[in-house]
Write a protein that binds this ligand. Structure first.
Ligand code: CP
Length: 296
């Protein structure tokens, strides 16, 4: 059976833990790359990104290279997409050319689940519309695990445009599977109505083990009914609000961030910030995904 990596929702708690353990073990090889750079030798993956990306695209490429695989980068801007080729036809073309797996980012929530059964190579979700961003989910979990050891019992706040966030989507799935608490904060019109509790940002900040700040996903809806200054005032992790955090609380953000809107420069560079560490952990998380996908 072809192993697709489409959503954390498709994996059991023990399977997610296996990815995390393997990602953690890859982090230990940072100073001895020769020990792992043969694991995916002769494998070729394709990065097929139909939406912009800095972190995910580069970290999948670096993850592949660290394991000895090669990457073919596909960009719709200079491809036959311009001549009317469909996404499905692009993916089938890459499969026919002989890649061992395709890493897909697309703005459509459900396209990835529709095309996956028609492919004969693993398909890896690198961000699907507002649905899930499971490799980001794994790197966020790895960041929490490295910090706290155990995920069970943690209280994680997510603040911002949760309604349109695939990052939050994967985090909420993970919370239910792995037994930690997620509380939602932000403008009421950008919070989904679900089983997670909606809390007041200022009141709850001091109760959290981690606070994940999110960007307003302007590209996925018609805008927020608040200007940036008012947004920062109500929901930004400002210098003043940093003083409310407990000493052990970590600051997270999936990136890209809008400095001075959802968080101040001081929050990004704060000693309790793990934002840059999240990006590093993304390489390890994606190494574990590529290795899993390439296993016969
Ligand atoms: N976090 C994330 O998905 O960032 P990119 O859009 O830069 O890949």
């Amino acid at each position: 059976m072809i192993k697709h990596f489409l959503a954390l929702a498709n994996f059991s708690p023990s399977e997610i833990s296996t990815f995390l353990d393997r990602a953690y073990s890859f982090s230990l090889f940072k100073k001895s790359p020769d020990k792992i750079n043969h694991l995916l030798k002769n494998k070729i993956f394709s990065n097929a990104f139909f939406e912009a990306s800095t972190r995910t695209r580069s970290s999948f490429e670096i993850a592949a290279k660290r394991l000895g695989a090669e990457i073919v980068n596909f960009s719709p801007e200079n491809s036959s997409t311009k001549k009317g080729e469909t996404v499905y036809d692009t993916l089938k073309c890459l499969e026919s050319l002989g890649v061992n797996g395709i890493i897909l980012r697309h703005s459509d929530d459900r396209l990835i689940e529709l095309v996956a059964p028609k492919l004969h190579v693993p398909l890896i979700n690198a961000g699907a519309g507002k649905y899930e961003h499971p490799s980001q989910g794994l790197l966020d979990l790895l960041t929490l695990k490295k910090e706290f050891g155990e995920l069970k019992g943690l209280r994680v706040g997510i603040c911002g445009d949760i309604l349109h966030s695939r990052v939050a989507g994967s985090m909420m799935v993970a919370a239910k599977k792995l037994g930690f608490e997620v509380v939602l904060m932000g403008p009421e019109n950008l919070i989904p109505k679900n089983e997670f509790s909606y809390e007041n940002f200022d009141k709850s900040l001091s109760t959290l083990d981690a606070i994940m700040m999110l960007r307003i996903q302007h590209e996925r809806h018609d805008g927020i009914f608040m200007n940036q200054t008012d947004y920062r005032q109500s929901f930004g992790l400002t210098v003043d609000r940093l003083t409310k955090l407990q000493k052990h609380t970590i600051i997270m953000h999936p990136g890209p961030f809008n400095r001075g809107v959802e968080l101040d420069d001081e929050a990004i560079e704060h000693p309790q910030s793990r934002i840059w560490a999240q990006m590093e952990n993304g390489v390890y998380a994606r190494m574990s995904i590529l290795e899993w996908a390439a296993e016969e």
